[in-house]
Design a binder for this molecule. Sequence first.
Ligand code: AMP
Length: 404
Amino acid sequence: MKAPILVINCGSSSIKFALIDQAPDTPRLSGIAERLGSHEARLKLTDEHGSARDISLPRATHALALKTILEHLEVHRPIGIGHRVVHGGERFTAATLLDDAVVRTIRQTISLAPLHNPANLDGIVATRRLFEALPQVAVFDTAFHQTLPPHAYRYAIPEELYSRHGIRRYGFHGSSHAYVASRLAEVSSRGEGGWLIAHLGNGCSATAVWAGRSLDTSMGMTPLEGLVMGTRSGDVDPGLHLHLARQLGMSLEGIDQLLNQKSGLLGLSELTNDMRELEQAASEGHAGASLAIEVFCYRLAKTLAGLACALPRVDGIAFTGGIGENSPLVRARTLGHLEALGVRLDSDANEGLGRGVEGQIHAQGATPTPEIRVIPTDEEGYIASQTRALIASLASTHQTEEVL
Ligand code: AMP
């Protein structure tokens, strides 16, 4: 049975979607509705053979875009829908079947993710109305990191801020880290063991995983903490906000924009947030591009070394995401700072690995050293598999109850 699942990722002005079969778990139909609410709103669809359609939907709302997507699914209707939800707070530790009570609880976490959860919720509400008969599941970016111990998730700030306001580290990119961790257990001779996983895309985070469980991660209460990213600063001195406000007269909104949208690779290079373009510019002598790449790699290495504290043993390091899967330069520069962890890169294997291809790139020697692997991520496939598994378990519980 193909049992297709529709995966939906609703942003404030876009909806990404993919219809994913059980096997092979590659999208049968995927696409994006973007610039929703504007005159230029459009829906782009790609089918399993790669042929694309571009449909203009002037002023389309999320609901209208979803309805149009539904019309294109008519021939192969999904058995369920999986929604990406950015923040699940402490309430959601796993994928959860959506009902009115769950929607209300997700609404209560809006204060923790004011930029992301409202858009995710709009999508959920509209989709539940349109696909009333289908089971729908929320898969949370934060859920995989709910196994962090308190010493990893608590900030050293007054207790009440945690107990009354939920201020703690949550971590994100959970679907990607969870997928890569499960894939590592399949392909590595070290099995589940201790892994440092670097998800490097426009957003970047690193996670320490032991026996398939997240024990620490670089993102915190928001996806701004941790590594240098495309346009996000990652860690800065917490005193910076005060300084910017007092000395430069910046507003809260201005500081928010500065750290989320004007910093990171873009801010350092004064050129672009795109690693491919930075590598090109650096090779042509652009000093800002070289500095941005160096800061990115050093800070990543420093974070990976710090995350090693969470593990009894480092069996390997895995790279994923657009940069992790495609940039031998970033992998080599980062690992060059990690000799203290005993890693030894096979430079030819690193350079020779196809772009976006799974592979191992550590030097083989008499003494075992940590493995270094590239694992292309599959967040949509993970959301589909979580959704399918939950629907199947509910169906079997239902059957058992009927028999009893
Ligand atoms: P993602 O958000 O996972 O799609 O990743 C986007 C990032 O991956 C951007 O910074 C791209 O420049 C980067 N990227 C994609 N392909 C390459 C490549 N061949 N070399 C270096 N960076 C790449």
